[in-house]
Structures are given as C-alpha cells and as structure tokens.
Design a protein around this ligand. Structure first.
Ligand code: HEC
Ligand code: HEC
Length: 411
C-alpha cells in the first residue's frame, strides 16, 4: 500500500505493552485500562520485555501552526491579548513535537495516561467527565479545562486558580502531578532521550536532539498556543457586520435575539468579552470570549467549606472564591460546566445567572443586582441565549487533523 505525503515512524514503545490499555489510551482516552498490574519503575529507560509496535503518522511537510491567518475582527485585537513569550515563538516543527507529546501516554508513570486522556479534541480539549481519572484511576479534584485560544488569555496565567505563572510552566505540572500522570521529569527526560521516536523530533524542533525539561515545556506550550478556534458561525457572521451589536445575516432570528440578551440584559458580555483600550477609549472587543481576570460569579456562598479558587492559592481574602473561566468558544461541546463541573447543561448555567447567584464578599459588582433580584429572563429569552451560545461552536477546530492524535493504535 502506498501512503502518500506521510512519514510513518514504526517503532518500539518504551513502556511495557498495555494491550487493550494502550489502545484505549491512544483512543483519545476514555476510560483507561488501568488495572493492568503494572509496576514499572520510574527510572526505566530501556525497552522492557513485551514492548509492542507503535505507529506514528506525521505529514512529510509539517502542518502550519505558525502564522495562522485570523479574521479581521480577531487580528485587530490579537496582538493586545497574545501571551506568547519572545523566547518561545510557535514554529511548525516545535508544535508538531508538542502534538506528539500531547498524545503520548508514555509521559505518565505507567504508560496509561496522555494529556489527551483528559483533554479530547471532540470536546474542544476538555473532558466530558465531571472529574477526569489520572494514571492510577483516581479522580482529579476539579473539572478539566478546555484548551481553546489560551494564547489569547491576556493575564497569561493558568489553571482555574491561576497558580501556573506561564504556559511553559503549566504544561510540565500535570506530568509530575501525583493523581494525573505521576511521572518524574528527570527520568522522563532520559526516557524520551532513549525513545526511538523523540531525538529526531527534538532535532527538527530545536536544532539538536537533546531532550531537556525546558524543551519539553516549550514544545507542549507551542502546540497548545496553536490551538486557535476562530471559524465558528459566530465568526462568519461577525465578519459581515460593522458592529457586533448589528444582527448577523447568517443567524436565525432566535440566534440574533439570543445575542441581544448576551450583550444586553443578561450582561454576559461584560465579563466574558472584556473591554479593551483603544485609541478612542475603552471599547468592547468581539474576539476572545475569556474573562479579563478571575472573578466571583456567585455559584457558591461565601464559606471556607468550599473551594476558594485563587484565594486558596494566594491566601488573600480579596481572592477568595475567584476563578478564571475557560473560553466560551465551543461551549456547546465543553460540558459539564464551572470549576467543579456542577452543571451538566447550558440551561442549568443560564438558570444559575437567572435566579441562583449567591451573595459573596467578593461577588463581582456586575452581578449584585442578580443576587438581590434575579436576572429573571423569561423562557423565550433563555432559550434564545442558549441558541446564541451554540453559534460559538467551531467544527473546523474540533475536526482539524493538525490537532488530532498522530499515533495509530497497532492492529
Ligand atoms: C488526569 C487528567 C488530566 C491530565 C492527564 C492532564 N490534564 Fe490538563 N487539566 C486537567 C484539569 C482537571 C485541569 C484543571 C485543574 C485545576 O485548575 O486545578 C487542567 C488544566 C489544564 C490547563 C490550564 C488551562 C487554563 O485555561 O488555565 C492546561 C494548559 C492543561 N491542563 C494542559 C495539559 C497538558 C499539556 C497535559 C499533559 C502534559 C495535561 N493537561 C494533562 C486534567 C488533566
Ligand atoms: C461577573 C462576571 C460574569 C458574568 C456577568 C457572567 N459570567 Fe459566566 N462565568 C464567570 C466566572 C468567574 C466563571 C467561572 C466560575 C467557576 O467555575 O467557578 C464563569 C463561568 C461560566 C461558564 C462555564 C465555563 C466552563 O467552561 O465551565 C459559562 C458557560 C458561563 N459562565 C456563561 C455565562 C452566561 C451565559 C452569562 C450571562 C447570563 C454569564 N456567564 C455571565 C463570570 C461571569
């Protein structure tokens, strides 16, 4: 059989064959085959007995990750939001290496769990489960986050509580997290150095085949920064009008009415589409559906019994209860919602803002009126708002081969 335009690297994996477990791990990880009784030492660097073939398919000319073309309403503001550091610009080969690492379960202590086990493309890189399971089958304590447009989160800090100061720092943390992947970075570095597939990929990305923690972090961060979603029906409509408040020609009446709620009475845009300073003063951007900084949206009452978010990590009273939010882009696909995945549907989310905002010392001032009186959207407006949110779904993004699993499970 001829396989055009692809390089296929066939090689041995450096962890024991997991049989079913491996297939499942590669299968964008639903439940992992974890009860395999593996007791692989963390320092394992040689190919153990019972290894199995692993097939990697990459295009002969790398996919284009660098210099993506953005629609006008996005390119205008993208520079103001971009958190890419000068020391780590995206290159096509760097992001390709990041892609392979992202889908490789050998980054976990027992070869069962890849980043993609908890961040699947079909769900815009979050997890459909309320609490993802780590390499030993134990549950994590917060809901997984969608990885859409992280490049354009202006504060450039990551996790629900922002405890990671940069994306380059963040991407290494799950590898050593004792519930998530349980590996040890120095031993992972030597494992990858001896893995047949990696030295060549590191050479392409960074000029030499040397594997280092810093390069590992940089490659993963490049891949994640390249995950840009800008081709939803919302974007198509936005491109055709002067102001985001104009009706979009490609929307139904109901979707346009839902948009009116989002930007008007329901105040969603005030937090989820923060204003930017332009030459003519502050103006609402219409590109990145992310918060400007972590906020309190009143899902919990003010109590030490509940997850304190940023406050639990900084120990400052004014931070108690604050969380960042993931982008609302692709929100139709990213259920369940909120830092603990408490809401299963968008209707439940809207109902929260409608009648259930709880008082809190740090509640954002934009929600005080809802806490006191409710938002009180009638049924027609609620349904329209949910329909508008669904226009943010970007099928091109969730089906784009350049973000997909490059490993083919061995038959
Ligand atoms: C076992 C499940 C699991 C695995 C494996 C996992 N993650 Fe996550 N990821 C999560 C959860 C849960 C959160 C939110 C945790 C928190 O905020 O405390 C998260 C958050 C993130 C964030 C922060 C997003 C933001 O907007 O702040 C990034 C980036 C990320 N993960 C990337 C990765 C990468 C890269 C890997 C592999 C090296 C990985 N994850 C492996 C579950 C997982
Ligand atoms: C005061 C600012 C603010 C306003 C106004 C606001 N939100 Fe939020 N929103 C947040 C914060 C903060 C979070 C994250 C809370 C958490 O997980 O603890 C959030 C989370 C969400 C999420 C979950 C995201 C995810 O991936 O889990 C959705 C969906 C959402 N908001 C939709 C809306 C809608 C629809 C409106 C308008 C009715 C709205 N928001 C109004 C601040 C706000």
């Amino acid at each position: 059989m001829r396989i055009p335009a692809s390089i296929i690297i066939l090689c041995l994996i450096t962890v024991p064959a997991l049989g079913q477990g491996l297939d499942q791990g590669l299968d964008q990880g639903l439940d992992q085959g974890l009860d395999q009784g593996l007791d692989q030492g963390l320092d394992q660097t040689t190919l153990p007995e019972g290894t199995t073939a692993r097939k990697l398919i990459l295009p002969s000319a790398a996919f284009r990750y660098a210099g993506q073309v953005l629609p006008d309403h996005i390119s205008e503001v993208s520079k103001l939001f971009d958190n890419t550091p000068d020391s780590n610009p995206i290159s096509n080969d760097g992001a390709t290496l990041g892609r392979v690492l992202f889908y490789d379960p050998t980054l976990s202590a027992n070869g069962s769990t890849a980043c993609s086990s908890c961040h699947t493309q079909a769900t815009a890189f979050t997890d459909a489960r309320r609490f993802s399971k780590g390499f030993e089958g134990r549950e994590v304590d917060r809901n997984s986050m969608s990885l859409v447009n992280l490049r354009y989160y202006r504060p450039g800090k990551f996790f629900w509580d922002q405890r990671a100061a940069t994306l380059e720092d963040q991407v290494l943390m799950p590898i050593e997290n004792e519930v998530e992947m349980g590996h040890h970075l120095p031993s992972l570095v030597s494992q990858l150095q001896q893995d047949p597939i990696y030295p060549a990929l590191f050479r392409k990305a960074f000029g030499t085949s040397k594997v280092t923690e810093q390069r590992l972090g940089r490659a993963l961060a490049q891949f994640i920064r390249s995950m840009v979603s800008v081709r939803s029906r919302y974007d198509l409509g936005r491109a055709e009008v002067t102001s985001v408040l104009d009706p979009f020609p490609n929307f139904s009446e109901q979707e346009n009415y839902g948009k009116e709620q989002f930007f008007g009475r329901a105040k969603c845009s005030e937090c989820h589409l923060p204003e930017i300073e332009s030459g003519r003063g502050a103006a609402r951007q219409s590109a990145f559906f992310q918060l400007e900084k972590p906020l309190v949206n009143g899902i919990d009452s003010d109590s030490v019994e509940v997850d304190g978010g940023v406050g639990a990590s900084t120990q400052r009273s004014e931070d108690w209860g604050r969380f960042k939010s993931t982008s609302l882009r692709n929100v139709e696909l990213t259920a369940p919602y909120m830092h603990d995945g408490r809401f299963r549907t968008l209707d439940q989310v809207i109902e929260h803002y409608n009648w259930s905002v709880k008082p809190h010392r740090n509640l954002d001032s934009r929600l005080k009126d809802f806490a006191a009186n409710g938002l009180a959207l009638p049924e027609v407006e609620k349904v329209a708002l949910a329909e508008f949110l669904k226009t943010l779904t970007d099928q091109n993004f969730v089906n784009d081969p350049k973000f997909s699993n490059p490993f083919v499970p061995a038959k």
